[in-house]
Ligand binder design. Structure first.
Ligand SMILES: Cc1cc2nc3c(=O)[nH]c(=O)nc-3n(C[C@H](O)[C@H](O)[C@H](O)COP(=O)(O)OP(=O)(O)OC[C@H]3O[C@@H](n4cnc5c(N)ncnc54)[C@H](O)[C@@H]3O)c2cc1C
Length: 472
């Protein structure tokens, strides 16, 4: 049963050490607000365990006190999932001190990492072993691998390597009662019943706390090509995607769509960025990689793009001639979320529809939103190869951003109804958190919500793991 913070905090301090239980307002403040500054919460304490055993003891202690916990990684999530509620009842468990790469098994092409290793450090460790960990996203310097797995992050290489859940062959999880489920064998084949790890991947801290994982590694690309194509409209970009796929096969790693508005915004907010092909309404950023050194990839992508331009699928295209040029092209894409944040509040829609239906979705959404919010500004970009767009809206000129943001429910209804009409998802890669719970209730079939509730109840009967997140 819940007790006063008195007995709880000394026990937590005895588990993780006094220095790793933060309670001062200024110390806990960064853990109580989300990256977009849309959710502000409050907490009894931020606890920073340094090992799986300490996470387990902390969770057990909180469970004994009836105190709910909120796991937190790099706090870059975009749906408020890692932000505690305003009540101040919860304890935030930061995984950042679980930051060891436990092992790299090159022959098995796997690495075992703790949840608090930043994604960029996971990539670096794999590269040092001559291998590739392909998960990649703009927040990779700040997000932690445990957060990536808890949100089943997508990013820029899903087209070839899949989402985070496709990259995991083992998991270690602290359960709601503080017991540890350890399954870190690193097997690529194991048909011994239900695949339990899939329950925790993408569960946003509501079913267990991920403390370590075995990740799949791949050969490092030895030949790479990065191209930037100017495109007349989205239908042409879908056709261009098909042409690139036909020409490059599974060497096509990423195919990102970026609107001219997004490029202009990124370049305006970050003046070191510049558009190498100004003047087109849309752009595709195309990444292709081959594990073979001296592969004919560059010549093939050059030919494929020349044909695409001749056929009108692209208006113009350029291929990076150096790694620095490739990085500069990716920098435009990766600075868009931050450029939007700097510009001010906006409405984000992380949607997916089958790739073939993207043009019709965009046409219908634009018509409906123009009618509902005359002058609304569109910032559309994302992972076209996965059918996943970040369909973001900013206030019309002359309307205060706050006034526009107040219209979020009405705009969401328009966008998500049209997404549903096209057989899509209202959350492609960012998850549900506290932001999209009502949408989950509206757009998920009732039977799915019921099954999710039953799983939640089976694994966390007292609702102590990140309560009020994900489930409506
Ligand atoms: C600039 C920017 C770009 C982004 N681009 C992408 C993108 O391309 N693709 C994409 O998918 N996302 C993207 N995101 C969203 C975000 O980075 C990802 O969701 C990321 O995976 C979250 O990791 P994190 O460590 O910051 O998790 P947090 O924000 O700390 O937590 C996210 C959720 O996971 C839970 N959680 C965290 N750690 C654990 C754990 N160890 N065990 C159990 N639960 C846990 C939290 O309770 C919360 O519900 C982007 C975000 C930013 C700011």
């Amino acid at each position: 049963m819940a007790e006063s913070a008195g007995p709880l905090l000394p026990t937590l301090k005895s588990i993780v050490g006094e220095a790793n239980v933060l309670t001062a307002a200024d110390e806990v403040a960064p853990f109580c607000i989300d990256w977009r500054e849309r959710y502000r919460g409050s907490t009894r304490a931020v606890v920073r365990p340094g090992s799986t055993a300490e996470v387990a003891s902390v969770v057990r202690c909180c469970a004994e006190h009836g105190v709910p916990v909120v796991p937190q990684g790099g706090n870059t999530g975009l749906c408020g999932g890692a932000t505690p509620h305003e009540s101040g009842d919860e304890v935030v468990i930061s995984l950042s001190r679980l930051n060891r790469v436990r092992a790299i098994d090159a022959a098995n092409a796997t690495m075992t990492v703790e949840a608090g290793v930043p994604l960029a450090a996971v990539q670096d460790a794999a590269a040092k072993a001559g291998l590739l960990f392909p998960l990649s996203l703009a927040a990779e310097g700040s997000c932690l691998i445990g957060g990536n797995l808890a949100t089943n992050a997508g990013g820029t290489a899903v087209l070839r390597y899949g989402n985070a859940r496709d990259l995991v062959v083992g998991l270690e999880v602290v359960l709601a009662d503080g017991r540890v489920w350890e399954s870190l064998k690193g097997l690529r084949k194991d048909n011994t019943g239900y695949d339990l790890k899939q329950l925790f991947l993408g569960s946003e801290g509501t079913l267990g706390i991920i403390t370590a994982a075995v990740l799949k590694l791949f050969p490092q690309p030895r030949t790479s090509a990065t191209a930037w194509a100017g495109i007349a409209d989205v239908a042409a970009s879908v056709a261009l995607l098909g042409a690139m796929r036909a020409a490059l096969g599974d060497r096509l790693t990423g195919f990102e769509l970026v609107s001219a508005e997004c490029v202009a915004l990124a370049c305006a907010q970050f003046p070191t960025l510049s558009d190498p092909l100004p003047g087109h309404p849309w752009y595709a950023l195309i990444q292709a990689d081959d594990a073979a050194a001296g592969s004919p990839l560059l010549g093939e992508i050059e030919r494929a793009l020349a044909e695409a331009v001749a056929e009108g699928l692209a208006q113009d295209a350029t291929i990076a001639q150096s790694q620095a040029q490739a990085n500069a092209l990716w920098a435009i894409r990766e600075h868009i979320p931050d450029a939007q944040r700097r510009r001010g509040p906006n409405m984000k829609h992380d949607i997916s529809v089958p790739v073939s239906r993207i043009p019709v979705f965009l046409d219908r959404a634009r018509a409906a939103l123009d009618a509902a919010f005359p002058g609304v500004r569109y910032f559309v970009f994302g992972h076209l190869g996965d059918g996943n767009l970040h369909y973001n809206l900013s206030s019309p000129a002359g309307i205060a951003p706050a006034e526009f943001i107040a219209e979020t429910p009405r705009a969401n209804r328009i966008v998500y109804d049209l997404v549903a009409e096209q057989g899509g998802s209202f959350s492609a890669e960012h998850g549900i958190g506290q932001m999209k719970r009502a949408d989950l209730a509206r757009y998920k079939p009732a039977i799915e919500v019921e099954l999710m509730r039953r799983i939640k109840h089976a694994l966390d009967p007292d609702s102590l793991l990140n309560p009020g997140k994900v489930l409506p």
